[in-house]
Design a binder for this molecule. Structure first.
Ligand SMILES: [Zn+2]
Length: 190
């Protein structure tokens, strides 16, 4: 009896402790690390974000981690950053767009090449696609938005909202946003 009483107390203590931690700590669904709940959003930015079942967006950080790419079944990589190299050309099929994250940079020139790569990769249906730039914020987001405008007939605002739902930090620079709006006019008028 005495022993049981002691164990019960210990169980109770452990339970209380676990519950307390649960309120402030969570397990990251991607890497499995235990992190503070309030840090989860910013922590998730280092991981790829799922846009569709076949499409992910993220930063160069992810592009350097082969195991992370394999975890989400990536076969195709669309590199949208002129300064980032394709690290695993034997393992993934790459397309590189030499885009600079500057508002006056003509990103529209790269829309069709990026969209074609996304379309073809999706149609092959034999692995997922990862689109990245440096941070997964401006260039990669603009290219995916161009895809959404062209292939899903969304307007720029709708594409922005849809992508932002998948990755809250996306923010194409203002010049890119203006070029997307011009592109939208051409596409949606057709
Ligand atoms: Zn994580």
């Amino acid at each position: 009896m005495k022993k049981n009483g002691k164990n019960n107390k210990k169980d109770k203590d452990n339970k209380t402790k676990t519950n307390n931690n649960k309120d402030i700590e969570v397990r990251c669904p991607f890497c499995g690390n235990i992190i503070e709940k309030k840090e989860l959003n910013s922590h998730m930015e280092i991981h790829p974000s799922k846009v569709f079942d076949w499409l992910y967006i993220g930063g160069y950080n992810t592009a350097t981690k082969k195991s992370d790419l394999e975890k989400i079944n990536i076969k195709y990589i669309l590199n949208c950053a002129s300064e980032c190299i394709n690290l695993f050309e034997n393992d993934f099929k790459y397309c590189k767009l030499d885009i600079k994250d500057l508002p006056n940079f003509n990103i529209e020139e790269y829309f069709s090449q990026g969209i074609e790569f996304l379309k073809n990769s999706k149609n092959n249906n034999d692995g997922n696609v990862f689109v990245h730039c440096q941070l997964g914020k401006s260039r990669s987001a603009a290219i995916i938005m161009a895809y959404m405008i062209s292939e899903m007939k969304l307007n720029t605002n709708e594409a922005y909202k849809l992508l932002k739902k998948a990755r809250s930090k996306i923010m194409p620079n203002l010049g890119f946003m203006n070029q997307l709006r011009e592109y939208e006019k051409k596409i949606l008028v057709e």
